[in-house]
Design a protein around this ligand. Sequence first.
Ligand SMILES: C[S@@+](CC[C@H](N)C(=O)[O-])C[C@H]1O[C@@H](n2cnc3c(N)ncnc32)[C@H](O)[C@@H]1O
Length: 236
Amino acid sequence: MSASERRGSTRTAVVWDVLRPVLDGGGTLDVLDIGGGTGGFAVKVAELGHRVSVVDPSPDALASLARRARELGVEVEGQQGDLSSLLEVTGADSADLVLCHGVLEVVDDPAAALVTIREVLRPGGSLSLLVGQRHAAVIARAMAGHFPQALAMLDPAVAPGRSGHRFTHDEATSLLVDAGFEIAGVHGIRVFADLVPGSLLDLEPGSTAALVELEQAVADRPEYLPLATQLHVLAR
Ligand SMILES: C[S@@+](CC[C@H](N)C(=O)[O-])C[C@H]1O[C@@H](n2cnc3c(N)ncnc32)[C@H](O)[C@@H]1O
């Protein structure tokens, strides 16, 4: 495993743990990865045998996705579009599972985006939502000495800066409930992974597996949620 794969596994292991029962539930699912970028998640889901499409505004990302899928010998349909035009691209009731990872942060209107995703999902379908978490972002900015940015980020009413929106547990789940979703589970992602120097994982044998085990152990403990770089919400 390369150094970046090792680091990546510590950041995504819990998301895969949560998604596994959905993906392994039997049958081939229509999976839509909105803002799927270069397809890090999408190709792995396609390798499990599901029909996967990625909608992303970036032609460069879609080109990388096509290359990655070709190299792995899987089919992933890439379409150019964004959350505001999603229904025109995919149609309503077209997906069993929507992945929306790292995207709600950058859209103008997160509430409207979730309503659109609700319409794209078939009845009984699931949404895997991964968003940046507000409290951890405040701490990260303060530790970097960006005190005015940390102060501004405390208040959800302040317009987001260049790094986009961040969400607390209550903000994310309220947006989902208002859009018509039921919350199936909330997990903290990257509670420790971003705090650990990469060199430690490179030099210390077994440390990647031990860090993954630690992330798994704290992911559903509410007291650690505010420290997590990201929140993962599984919703139906
Ligand atoms: C941080 S990347 C996340 C990529 C991928 N989902 C992942 O988890 O690795 C954000 C992605 O959202 C895409 N994006 C930006 N604005 C978007 C929008 N309005 N609707 C959908 N996707 C958007 C970008 O092109 C980029 O690929």
